[in-house]
Design a binder for this molecule. Structure first.
Ligand code: ARG
Length: 569
């Protein structure tokens, strides 16, 4: 049931020249329930209808007549306020959540069309750090949301498996490396070698030249260089996969940067043919002065390719392979210029689908104010972070609920959920300062709080089920859910489909995270003020149906943002 549209359609006959969708767009949720459940500000209509807002509001109220979803209409200082019929709201929501065949909130906007989402994309031989975690978590949530809206998503892990760093790593490995140590410690050891390279290169400038030479060998397919590179990649993927497993994330394609090695020549040629390439001291670049951006390097003096070259090639490949409606790239905002540059180049090449390329930037994560940089080894390795979260959650469970079954499994779901939720709790573009106290607070606006609320709902249903079996929503008397607390929960439920759709359009999963906290809070107020397992069978059934609805929406919402939903905590 879409009340905005229903009311808009009903009002339309009173407003010539304005269509229902326009009116629906104008309808707002008043901040204060004393001003109704929905409100139509008449200020913008005033121009169209050539009447003062007050007069429009008065007339709309006078002529409203009746609508089954609306109990009362008021006109107040240029606004028309609508009060929803409480029984009707309860009936509609229970019906939509518990009876409908498709999951509540899902839609088929996409009709199976393709969306490519490039996310996570860590770099081989470098640790998976907190920035990659954000990309993974935000990217996966966007993936789930698009699928829920009827799209077919292709999740691409654009592994950073090519570039000059491999020259450095080969040099470092040959000078100071030890095979068994790399095998035992994986990325940790590769990182140690990488950091050592930089420390040494500070006073041995020749090292940089050696590294460059090795990278050129790699680009030319030198066997020794290739074998080492393959091995670094395998070691790194083993480590990454442990993290993806903890997060429950997988990809449809692992075609990384190296995948485009044999596809770049054609694209460079195309850039030449289209007269976009310019030589500059032996290097090749595309000038973007006209667009207020620095030039984009396409080939270095030694002929080796760059990040831009690979991204342009990858985009053309993806368009040809998946014919996407949108290609989405999730990275830190530090890369915004990079994406703006090459999106522009795609446009200059004459591809009209340049407009379908979307960069989804996000802010930085800092730990006690320290910036995270791989080069100096100042990183929190994500795996360690996740394991700490799991450990800390386990300790909380041990002290609060020592008899819980599957403690380890629940600690994993909640610990990982806490980290995931923290990454999605504010607008993605904002920087995050990581604080353990906030992340794991069961009473705060956190993942554990939402999961705990869900488990509370499950526990209620278990208790009820043991006594009298499940509730049949079709037999529930909706008029028993008209009190304030129940109505607040129902209004929250009503908002869910709208929030998910907004989250998709704005590529902003935090809209769902924040929604889940709101829903959990309204549910907890209901739970504290309205006893549920009461004697009165009809009241009990009605309240249980509401519990069941909240439980379903919390679970759907959590799954959308990549949180698991434990039934007991
Ligand atoms: N590997 C890059 C990094 O760690 C992210 C790659 C993002 N995707 C892309 N197509 N450029 O910063």
């Amino acid at each position: 049931m879409n009340y905005k549209l229903a009311i808009a359609e009903h009002l339309q006959s009173q407003m010539e020249g304005v269509d229902a969708a326009q009116i629906a767009d104008l309808l707002e949720y008043p901040p204060n329930p004393a001003m109704g459940d929905l409100s139509l500000p008449c200020f913008r209509l005033s121009k169209l209808l050539r009447k003062p807002p007050n007069a429009i509001a008065d007339r709309l109220k006078e002529n409203f007549g009746s609508h089954p979803a609306v109990e009362k209409v008021e006109s107040a200082s240029g606004y028309v306020n609508f009060y929803l019929d409480r029984t009707r709201l309860a009936h509609d929501m229970l019906d939509a959540v518990l009876q409908a065949e498709a999951p509540f909130g899902s839609q088929n906007i996409g009709q199976g069309r393709n969306i490519v989402i490039d996310f996570s994309s860590p770099n081989i031989a470098k640790p998976f750090h907190v920035g990659h975690l954000r990309s993974t978590v935000i990217g996966k949530a966007i993936y789930n949301i698009y699928e829920f809206m009827g799209y077919h998503c292709i999740g691409v892990n654009h592994l950073g498996d090519w570039g000059t760093q491999f020259g450095k790593l080969i040099v470092a490995y040959q000078q100071w490396g030890d095979k068994s140590k790399v095998e035992a410690d994986g990325i940790d050891e590769l990182l140690r070698l990488y950091v050592k390279f930089h420390d040494e290169a500070d006073h041995r400038p020749g090292l940089e030249d050696e590294a460059r030479a090795w990278f050129v060998r790699l680009e030319r397919g030198d066997e020794e260089a290739l074998a080492l590179w393959e091995w670094f990649k395998e070691i790194s993927l083993n480590d990454f996969n442990r993290i993806y497993e903890l997060l429950g994330v997988s990809f449809d394609s692992y075609a990384g940067e190296s995948f485009y090695n044999d596809k770049m020549d054609a694209v460079v040629q195309e850039l030449k043919d289209k007269e976009l390439l310019e030589e500059d001291e032996g290097a090749m670049l595309v000038r973007l002065d006209e667009y207020g951006m620095p030039p984009a390097l396409i080939l270095k003096k030694d002929g080796s390719s760059l990040y831009h070259t690979r991204d342009i090639t990858a985009a053309i490949y993806r368009k040809n392979t998946y014919d996407f409606e949108k290609a989405i790239y999730v990275t830190g905002s530090a890369q915004s210029l990079h994406f703006q540059q090459w999106f522009k180049i795609i446009e200059m090449m004459g591809y009209d689908w340049a407009k379908d390329l979307v960069h989804v930037p996000f802010g930085q994560v800092s730990l006690e104010g320290a910036k995270l940089s791989t080069r100096k080894g100042n990183v929190i390795m994500l795996e360690e972070l996740l394991r700490q979260a799991i450990g800390k959650t386990k300790a909380i469970i041990e002290s609060k609920n020592p008899d819980l079954e599957n403690k380890d499994e629940v600690a994993r779901m909640v610990g990982v959920g806490a980290i995931v939720f923290n990454d999605l709790s504010t607008n993605r573009i904002k920087d995050i300062v990581f604080s353990w106290d906030e992340v794991l607070n069961f009473d705060g606006e956190t993942g554990p709080y939402v999961q705990y609320t869900y488990a509370r709902g499950c526990s209620l249903m278990r208790k009820a089920g043991e006594a009298d079996g499940a509730v049949d929503p079709a037999l529930v008397d909706a008029s028993l859910l008209v009190n304030e607390e129940a109505q607040n929960v129902l209004k929250q439920l009503y908002l869910f489909p709208e929030k998910v759709e907004q989250a998709m359009h704005k590529l902003e999963p935090s809209l769902i995270s924040r929604y889940l906290v709101d829903l959990a809070q309204s549910f907890n107020r209901f739970y504290h003020n309205c006893p549920i397992l009461v004697e009165d069978q009809a009241l009990r059934a009605a309240r249980l149906a509401l519990v069941e609805s909240v439980r379903a929406v919390l679970r759907t919402g959590m799954n959308l943002i990549g949180l698991e939903a434990p039934e007991k905590i």
